[in-house]
Design a protein. Structure first.
Lengths: 334, 294
């Protein structure tokens, strides 16, 4: 921590009241008080915009939806539902019977699977490609800054525009089919639709990954490589024994960010396929359910939130992707 | 530190030039060219299509042919139901106000996190970081019901409030890592040299913090401008933002996807962002990677 304790005191009002008798302890208390004043607006605001909706969603998820049941056509009253909304999704039960195929309730595990499929494939591809881009960008050559600027272009384009752009590229008469002389219904059939979405996502987010990894690479001192070279390490050995382990903390944080982002993927599949052909992610399923019943949707959004929370927990706890530690101890390590 | 790394040369060996022929360097250039093409070609194709006549939508010619501005007229054609001008205004208002609120509120939190020692700092950072990774759908469901009940669907606050949930954490996180890098010792030096507290703040701290705050503002604005999920669910025709407008576009030919017009709209939305990003490239990269890698 670069924080220098001795000199915030003058900026705090409290410190003016007790000049001259600042023990370290008191300073800590003063700073703590000051910090809570400064943090309060942000935390209260986040509390309103995040915690209130989440608590609300949890309460809603234990209520029955009133209205016509889309599956049975009977009118159902509201009222407490117990875990019914959760079993609706997890066990695919609609009013005690298995949800008929085609209803949203029957799609939960498919959506769950496809969400994780997208996450695994896109993040794996983005990590490999991002690493490659970062290694190239770290080299010194003329025009390097042009490359670094170019990778920001896909990142800056709004995802909705990216989705439309690749939807056009993958149109039946579009440039992809013309270029490769194929006649694939890209966004209209199951596997091509998945790959179209994956390619669009990889195009859009690999630059972010590459920049994070590049920042990690730049923390490795040149002398380490020079020493390894002197010791006769091959390029591959230098990569696996120096680059990889040293860049690992940055890499893990980048992967964590991307995984959590991919798990809530919505824009690309929603615009490119509307979730058809087995591309409906959990987020899309929630949005489709909102129009059919808030409370059932609230249960699903709570499940989605929990799934993402658990994945984040596993990452931080077992894989050492500690973004918080990186942020709170960060700075001035070099 | 972020600034320090940006100026350092690193990792790769600076090649000893003037040797016979440097194959390593050639390989680097080839790979760099592949990255360049992969990143820019789809964006280039969007712009080419945006300027192409509708009849030549699927023309695979690589360069600008059948150039026309009709797509840009279609984009703003209200008779087709494309209220794109309104959508641009909506996006500006929503993203602008969101950014402003996030900055004004976040700057204090970032100062505390970067400069003060207090208990639960780890927890607060964890909460803020977790908030930025929060799935939007978990907000949309309860807010959709709430805003429907109180008649807020179709108002700006219905979009701004949920946007704060991810823009504010991003702002706090980025500003915190920027503030941590700042040479705060200068403040004290200025005071020793006879500056008052106010002068020290105005002449030393403000000029130092301004670029960081500005960069953060750009990042916050871009993330709010690009938001789609919340806007697609909580807006109506009057408050539709550009991303939603682009996703639901009407062309002059019914029953036909208006690709060229959509690409024109996409180009309009993207060009200012890309220019902004290219102009402030170094700072933005620093901001993007700040905190994540230390």
């Amino acid at each position: 921590m670069s924080t220098d304790v001795t000199k915030k005191a003058p900026t705090t009002e409290a410190a003016h009241h007790m000049p001259g008798r600042e023990s370290a302890d008191r300073k800590q208390v003063t700073q703590g008080r000051w910090a809570s004043v400064l943090l309060a607006p942000s935390l209260i605001l986040l509390g309103i915009v995040i915690i209130y909706p989440v608590v609300n969603a949890i309460i809603m998820s234990f209520q029955k939806d009133s209205g016509l049941d889309p599956a049975t056509g009977f009118f159902v009253e509201g009222g407490p539902a117990g875990f019914e909304n959760y079993t609706h999704w997890l066990l695919q039960q609609c009013n005690g019977v298995p949800c008929p195929p085609g209803t949203l309730g029957a799609q939960f595990w498919d959506s769950f699977g496809v969400t994780f499929f997208f996450t695994a494939v896109t993040v794996a591809l983005e990590t490999v490609l991002g690493f490659w881009m970062a290694v190239i960008m770290a080299r010194s050559f003329r025009g390097r800054s042009a490359i670094r600027a170019a990778v920001l272009v896909p990142w800056a384009i709004p995802t909705a525009v990216t989705a439309k752009l690749w939807f056009f590229i993958f149109a039946f008469q579009g440039i992809a089919n013309q270029l490769f002389n194929t006649q694939i219904l890209w966004t209209g059939s199951e596997w091509p639709a998945k790959w179209a979405i994956i390619i669009a996502d990889v195009w859009k987010t690999t630059p972010f990954m590459a920049l994070l990894i590049l920042a990690g690479l730049q923390l490795i001192p040149d002398e380490v490589y020079e020493a390894a070279k002197v010791d006769g390490a091959s390029a591959w050995q230098r990569f696996t024994l120096i680059t990889l382990p040293l860049v690992k903390p940055a890499l893990m944080v980048a992967i964590l960010f991307r995984v959590l982002d991919a798990l809530r993927m919505f824009d690309l599949p929603y615009i490119m396929t509307q979730g058809a052909n087995g591309t409906s992610t959990l987020s899309i399923l929630v949005v489709q359910q909102i129009r059919q019943g808030f409370n059932t949707a609230a249960a699903l959004s709570t499940i989605t939130f929990l799934v993402i929370f658990i994945v984040a927990f596993i990452f931080v706890r077992f894989l050492g992707a500690n973004a918080v530690a990186a942020a709170s101890t960060g700075g001035k390590k070099k | 530190m972020t600034t320090a790394t940006a100026t350092r040369t690193h990792v790769a060996e600076v090649p000893t030039r003037r040797k016979a022929f440097d194959w390593g360097q050639v390989r680097t250039y080839i790979q760099a060219a592949i990255i360049l093409v992969w990143c820019l070609l789809p964006a280039y194709w969007m712009i080419v299509t945006a300027f192409r006549e509708v009849a030549y939508t699927y023309d695979p010619t690589f360069w600008f042919t059948h150039v026309s501005l009709e797509n840009f007229r279609t984009v703003f054609d209200e008779s087709l139901g494309n209220r794109f001008g309104q959508a641009l205004l909506n996006s500006l208002i929503v993203a602008g106000i969101t950014t402003l609120i996030a900055l004004v509120v976040g700057v204090f939190a970032a100062y505390a996190l970067a400069r003060l020692n207090f208990r639960f700092k780890f927890l607060v950072l964890g909460f803020i970081l977790g908030a930025s990774m929060f799935p939007g759908v978990a907000l949309v469901t309860p807010l959709f019901q709430l805003f429907t009940n109180i008649g807020w669907i179709g108002t700006y606050q219905a979009l701004i409030i949920p946007n704060i949930s991810f823009v504010l954490p991003l702002t706090v996180y980025t500003l915190t890592s920027f503030f941590r890098e700042m040479p705060w010792e200068l403040e004290e030096s200025a005071r020793i040299d006879g500056c008052t507290q106010g002068q020290a703040f105005r002449k030393i701290i403000l000029p130092l913090a301004a670029p960081a705050t500005f960069t953060t503002a750009i990042l916050a604005f871009i993330s709010a401008w690009n938001e789609f999920l919340i806007a697609s669910q909580l807006s109506n025709d009057q408050t539709k933002t550009v991303t939603v407008a682009i996703a639901s576009f009407a062309g002059s030919e019914p029953m036909q996807e208006p690709y060229t017009a959509v690409m024109a709209a996409g180009t309009l939305v993207t060009i200012p962002l890309v220019l902004l990003v290219l102009i402030f490239q170094r700072k933005i990269v620093a901001g993007l990677t700040a905190g994540a890698v230390k």
